[in-house]
Design a protein around this ligand. Sequence first.
Ligand code: K7E
Ligand code: CUA
Length: 662
Amino acid sequence: MMKKFLTIALVIALVAIGIAACGGEEETPTPAPVSVEGGLPASAMEIAAARGLTPDDIAAALKTYTPSGKVDEYLLFMSGGHSGNVIVAGIPSMRILKNIAVFTPESWQGYGFGSRESEQILDAGNVNGVKIRMGDTHHPALSETNGDYDGEYLFINDKTHARVAVVDLRDFETKQIVKDPLLISAHGSTFVTPNTEYVVQASQYNTPLGWEYAPISEYKEKYRGTITFWKFDRAKGRILPEESFAVEIPPYWQDLCDAGKLASDGWAFCNSFNSELYTGGVTEGNPPFEAGVSQRDMDYLHIINWKRAEEVIKAGKYETLKGMKLIRIPAAAAEGVLYLAPEPKSPHGVDVSPDGKYIVVAGKLDPHVTVYSIDKIKQAIADKKWTTDDYGIPVLDFDAVMHAQVELGLGPLHTQFDDQGYAYTSLFLDSAIARWKLGGDDPSAYALVEKTPVQYNVGHIAAAEGDTVNPDGKYLVALNKWAVDRFAPIGPLLPQNIQLLDISSGQMKVIYDMPMGIGEPHYAQIIKTDKIKAWDVYPEVGWDPIAQAPSKYATKAGEERVVRNGNQVEIFMTSIRSRLTPDHIEIKKGDHVIWHITNIETAKDATHGFQLGGYNISLSIEPGETTTFEFDAVNDGVFAFYCTEFCSALHLEMMGYMFVQP
Ligand code: K7E
Ligand code: CUA
């Protein structure tokens, strides 16, 4: 019945196109309708047979193939791991669209190769005077309004240095890097509160706060972690460190966090996996970390009431350490900011259900997911059903707050949700995705439904809008750590294999393999493409993309000039197809050069690049953008500069010389 309807619809559509194309002038034969009655056309079946494709392969191809010129329904934002960037791809085609430079210089985008704007952003992430030019991105977080992605901003953390970056999705460029002044590294980041009031970050490998020294023998007394709430100002598009605060926590190794929403709005949850307070020392005869941190059957879920923390800050019950407001453990415990709950066993992910009622903790070394209920947590707090840990923090009674447990398989890590009441959890050791029923109020209704294998060692998963209040279902991406035998040999360093699964109905199916050769993505989020309102070109010619306002160095055609002031030379240049003006730059060795370039194009995609040999300068100047770089002319000689984007038939002519006199 459905097939018949499709055939008829196709015939009608093709006839309509035929008529429209004729324009009533010429008689063009109407193309023969494609019929799917009784299977694919013979020619398609021949191709499938020749390539050895199974019916499942054909279905996967039909679900992911995206015709030329068609735009994907979703965008996938993946962290790039220790490549220090963020990778954007389309779903279902899995075509890579951009590799957004964040913590690591990237020359295509002219990020960290001279442009003053990008150097200032990167320098803000330096650590104690040490220039830092790499990072380890883990968890991208799209900005949210009422718990739903709004498509305005993207946040991403750097695990190595406890830094958070802000990417503006109007131009998909990094605008800010903030460095945590208390932590040297931090893993559980970034997670946003439902209206992006805060970007949440939790420590992992704890050290003395403020990058101080203390011997490892003083671990329990002197080493600490924090859960940091970076205040975000949406209008400015910036994190405001001076309005941010941190909650001090014991040196359990915190792992991942999630912000509460709806029923649990105002709360944040972070788990941990070294309640043993193990400190290693294999060469001194101690067990390795892997054994030492896995001795106990239970670790601690950290439960933070951030709305209460705001009140505690307002009441002045904090210290300021290295410029960061810090609620110390005693105040956090006494004021109802921080609670713990036992969780089995060295868990990895914590994820809040779309309605905010349930908090899912994945076991890692326990085959279950454990589901907590926010109502039960609140009740246990009201009833003071707790003991305390060695730091005086209330530890809520496990049986009082635990709502349900579901046995899924080996190595459960991360959970996502769909629109049908299912949860999906990655099983690292099983190399599989488990689909299970969220049973709501009835603990006996929670049950494993099915498992689908993925290759291999799956870490995070991302479902379409799968950690919002309003998930879409449809697609799920598995970010698999190993590729092993999946692809052609490329030497010992293999890509990760990102796999796309169809979760729209019936059995979950892998429908696409996407080796990721530009990083090691950890986590991803999937947003509807039509929520992104990116600019085609900058709003005005002469735009400063950092201020998102007209630049004071904007240069109009005809106003190009070189201004000398002592040994400082300032250049105001324009670029347009197909010339750079001026094209002769005369300076002297020892000059300090400040060089502004305005791309005076207004046409979509009319980007001009700029590279200057010998001075490590690489820029990307998008239509309307004004950018600046500066350097000391330390070497004399004749240097060529040129446009690096093949922008027109006369692109090769888009060059000039810089003459540096001895
Ligand atoms: Cu590797 Cu979220 Cu950093 Cu899990 S994390 S896999
Ligand atoms: Cu501009 Cu090539």
